[in-house]
Design a protein around this ligand. Structure first.
Ligand code: FMN
Length: 136
């Protein structure tokens, strides 16, 4: 569902999505600022509750973590207090914002909102490219 959402967000734009389900992608380091879109998966293990293993591994790299600018989550409200737990945990641990929360593959509105948020981030990063605080 996350993959489908990302494809719809990127469709007809210059934006690209990389699938962390692919090993080569997991082993790579983003060349610049990037946004994580993650599902949440409650495993029943309280120590490793909802962050997908692929996301965990990708975030092991400090440069990858430093270049992360924000998080979007795909979840399902049926999971109650665990709704969006992975996106919220990554955001809290990294100090980055949750940019968007959607259910399952998201609605057309979610796709539009994601594009709006990403365009705004692009604008902010371009404006601030010579100033302090830019993720590098
Ligand atoms: C076994 C299982 C556990 C899930 N646990 C959560 C959860 O803890 N919180 C949540 O918000 N959504 C949960 N979901 C919903 C998924 O995050 C949601 O369906 C997401 O869109 C799946 O994306 P994917 O198909 O790309 O993996 C769970 C779904 C399944 C099948």
């Amino acid at each position: 569902m996350v993959r489908l959402f990302c494809e719809r967000v990127c469709q007809g734009t210059a934006r690209r999505a990389w699938d962390l389900g692919e090993r080569e992608v997991r082993r790579s380091v983003p060349e610049g600022p990037w946004v994580l879109v993650t599902p949440s998966y409650k495993t029943g293990n309280p120590d490793n509750d909802t962050i997908p293993e692929a996301v965990r591994r990708f975030l092991d790299d400090p440069v990858t973590r430093r270049r992360l600018v924000g998080v979007m989550g795909s979840g399902n409200r049926n999971f109650g207090r665990h709704y969006q737990a992975a996106a919220r945990q990554v955001a809290a641990a990294s100090g980055r914002p949750v940019l968007l929360e959607l259910e399952l593959q998201g609605t057309r509105w979610d796709v539009e909102e994601a594009r709006r948020v990403l365009d705004a981030l692009d604008g902010a990063l371009t404006e601030g490219s010579s100033g302090p605080g830019r993720p590098a």
